[in-house]
Design a protein around this ligand. Structure first.
Ligand SMILES: [Zn+2]
Ligand SMILES: [Zn+2]
Length: 213
């Protein structure tokens, strides 16, 4: 992984704008760890409590240490760091203020990149409006799961989903043949997976069992 080169600024005579710039750079480095965080949601755990591979965890810790250092230096100057981050956030479409706060609570909190609505990017449903319960299932939020199921059961499209069946196995789920009714997101220009009624019912069962556990 390539990180931004944050200049070493040993003295306290560094302009505050430069320090703020450094903070933005190291926060972007934290965002670059999303691939490691993906593993954290799929792995079996390895002692650091977050299922992140040890080497990645060590690197993330180092980057977050840099965030903390720059933040502490800024803080001593009574600067409104939060406000600066709020202003910079729309440029990259991420909530940098929240990211900083999550970094300061690491490792109790994992620094997920959140969009401007506060949703973790890694957990976004295809609808883009809600998070999915976890990353082990179909990638649908609860609301979309219900809507998709309703769509396929009632054989009626709605605003978010459309129906089809296909002669091409590549665009069918593992349960389906050419005549199986499949449902997929209605997103012109974007090809999302298709699911049959069994897929959706099994996912619902899985989430229910998880909630009861
Ligand atoms: Zn959704
Ligand atoms: Zn299926």
């Amino acid at each position: 992984m390539r990180f931004a080169k944050v200049p070493k600024r040993p003295t306290d005579y560094v302009p505050s704008d430069d320090l703020l710039h450094d903070l933005l750079l190291v926060l972007k480095d934290v965002v670059a760890f999303e691939s490691a965080l993906i593993k954290s949601t799929n792995g079996n755990g390895n002692g650091n409590g977050h299922h992140i591979p040890e080497s990645e965890f060590a690197n993330l810790t180092l980057v977050i240490q840099k965030v903390t250092d720059v933040y502490n230096r800024l803080n001593k100057r009574n600067l409104d760091v939060d406000q600066a981050l709020v202003e910079a956030s729309p440029q990259i479409g991420l909530d940098l203020r929240q990211l900083l706060h999550d970094c300061l609570q690491f490792p109790i909190v994992l620094p997920y990149a959140r969009n401007l609505k506060g949703l973790r990017r890694l957990f976004l449903c295809y609808c883009g409006e809600q998070e999915v319960p976890d990353r082990h299932g179909l990638g649908l939020c609860i609301e979309c799961l219900e809507l998709a199921l309703e769509c396929v059961q009632e054989k009626k499209k709605n605003d978010k989903f459309v129906l089809y069946s296909s002669y091409s196995p590549q665009v069918r789920c593992r349960h389906a043949d050419f005549s199986t009714l499949l449902v997929t997101c209605y997103k012109p220009g974007i090809w999302t997976p298709a699911w049959c009624e069994i897929c959706l019912k099994q996912e619902k069962q899985r989430l229910l069992a998880k909630a009861m556990a």
